[in-house]
Write a protein that binds this ligand. Structure first.
Ligand SMILES: Cc1cc2nc3c(=O)[nH]c(=O)nc-3n(C[C@H](O)[C@H](O)[C@H](O)COP(=O)(O)OP(=O)(O)OC[C@H]3O[C@@H](n4cnc5c(N)ncnc54)[C@H](O)[C@@H]3O)c2cc1C
Ligand SMILES: NC(=O)c1ccc[n+]([C@@H]2O[C@H](COP(=O)([O-])OP(=O)(O)OC[C@H]3O[C@@H](n4cnc5c(N)ncnc54)[C@H](OP(=O)(O)O)[C@@H]3O)[C@@H](O)[C@H]2O)c1
Length: 362
């Protein structure tokens, strides 16, 4: 009945982690009956809850009719627009990369008082204080939400981000600081922050609690997956109990830039059968050929297994982070599919249509 966080780890929170209860919309459960599994699913249709049953035999797996995650009732988009943003407050802001890491990444929590109702996988916009070189207010920048819908304090009243401080040297040799990322990484507790959104439906989680969810992240692309994984493994929900397989691949430059490592390791300890975790540390690890360990290099070590998983219609791939990763991952898929005489681009198109291939890279 009540919803409760079962573990909150490595997170510098001083608030208690008790959660309010939430109402169930869809509650699937599996009943095993004489070796023939029967899937019962309560589906909300026009406000009524209808029980749908599908009997699955081992010979011919029945296709379960999927409800598009994008049609889910209650997914809010663009509640707050740039001209009328929500003003939250920074509750905490902490650097989560080591001092010797190339670049800084910060984890920050903002108050929303429940006014910015988001789902796992959505993003918010942030408008930095100040004006641009033309004297106009800064344009918003998008950031993937790094907390579950319940938020890091479990009260549905906060939203968290994972932000990399952008600093680079331009052609003239000058040090340039990115406007919004520096604004955010420098925010002190108590400071105000202008929030827009929430936005985005591409990265919403699949509904099937028995799904295989493969998450591919580079750097701060980890944000939506922290959000997924908290919901799956650190929280209790009346209407959702994850019982499938979550497999996270995270690519970072150095071990000192591994984001949320302790949290993920805690999850692994807690649910070893439901969670797999693989890191690709590009500047410290190589494969057997001596090649740099990018996320796709690590994935290639499990190529056959990943390909078999991709043939199941309840396997969902999510990709987030650097734009360059998409091509690297496509390249390994092309050759795997070709072994089975399958054209990868066509296959990927079908996966996308079925919401099994979800990409948000930038
Ligand atoms: C959907 C989405 C989600 C995102 N989620 C996150 C997230 O979770 N965390 C996160 O940290 N970021 C995220 N981003 C990126 C974020 O929106 C900003 O783009 C980023 O923080 C930089 O903004 P800024 O204002 O600091 O930099 P700006 O002041 O906007 O400067 C960026 C500009 O600087 C220039 N530039 C950048 N690097 C270099 C370089 N090396 N050499 C020369 N010029 C350069 C480019 O012109 C670039 O457009 C996301 C982006 C999108 C679209
Ligand atoms: N929703 C979204 O669209 C979203 C959300 C969050 C973040 N982002 C974006 O994601 C990016 C993350 O950057 P970051 O600075 O946080 O990451 P980072 O800490 O620099 O880590 C990125 C990792 O990816 C590696 N890499 C570089 N090129 C690659 C390629 N072609 N294929 C696979 N791996 C590659 C890097 O290796 P080397 O550096 O050693 O080469 C490094 O190990 C940012 O551009 C951010 O804006 C987008």
């Amino acid at each position: 009945m009540a919803t409760a966080v079962t573990a909150a780890v490595s997170f510098p929170s001083s608030k208690p982690a008790s959660l309010p209860s939430i109402t169930s919309i869809i509650s699937p459960e599996r009943i095993t009956l004489k070796k023939v599994p029967v899937y019962c699913r309560d589906v909300s249709v026009g406000g009524r809850v209808v029980s749908v049953r599908a009997q699955v035999t081992t010979e011919a797996p029945a296709k379960v009719v999927k409800i598009s995650k994008k049609d889910d009732e209650g997914v809010v988009v663009n509640k707050f627009k740039p001209k009328t943003p929500y003003t939250g407050r920074c509750l905490l802001n902490t650097k989560i990369t080591g001092d010797d890491a190339p670049g800084e990444t910060w984890h920050m929590v903002f108050s929303t008082e429940g006014e910015v109702p988001y789902r796992e996988g959505q993003s918010i916009g942030v408008i930095a204080d100040g004006v641009d070189k033309n004297g106009k207010p800064h344009k918003l920048r998008l950031y993937s939400i790094a907390s579950s819908a319940l938020g890091d304090f479990g009260d549905s009243k906060t939203v968290s981000l994972c932000v990399k401080r952008l600093v680079y040297t331009n052609d003239k040799g000058e040090l340039v600081k990115g406007v919004c990322s520096n604004f955010l990484c420098d925010l002190k507790p108590g400071a105000e922050v202008k929030i827009t959104g929430p936005v985005g439906k591409e990265m919403l989680m699949p509904k099937d609690p028995n799904a295989t969810i493969i998450m591919l992240a580079t750097g701060t692309g980890i944000a939506p997956f922290r959000s997924f994984l908290w919901k799956m493994f650190f929280e209790k929900h009346e209407n959702y109990k994850f019982n499938g397989l979550a497999w996270l691949f995270l690519g970072v430059p150095t071990s000192s830039s591994l984001l949320y490592k302790e949290e993920f390791e805690k999850m692994k300890e807690k649910v070893p059968d439901n969670f797999r975790l693989d890191f690709a540390v590009s500047r410290e690890q190589t494969n057997e050929k001596g090649e740099k360990m990018y996320i796709q290099t690590r994935m290639a070590q499990y190529a056959e297994e990943l390909w078999e998983l991709l043939k199941k219609d309840n396997t969902y791939i999510y990709m987030c982070g650097l734009k360059g990763m998409e091509k690297g991952i496509d390249d390994i898929m092309v050759s795997l599919a070709a072994k089975d005489g399958i054209d990868w681009s066509e296959y990927k198109r079908e996966l996308k249509k079925a919401e099994q291939w979800n990409v948000e890279v930038y």
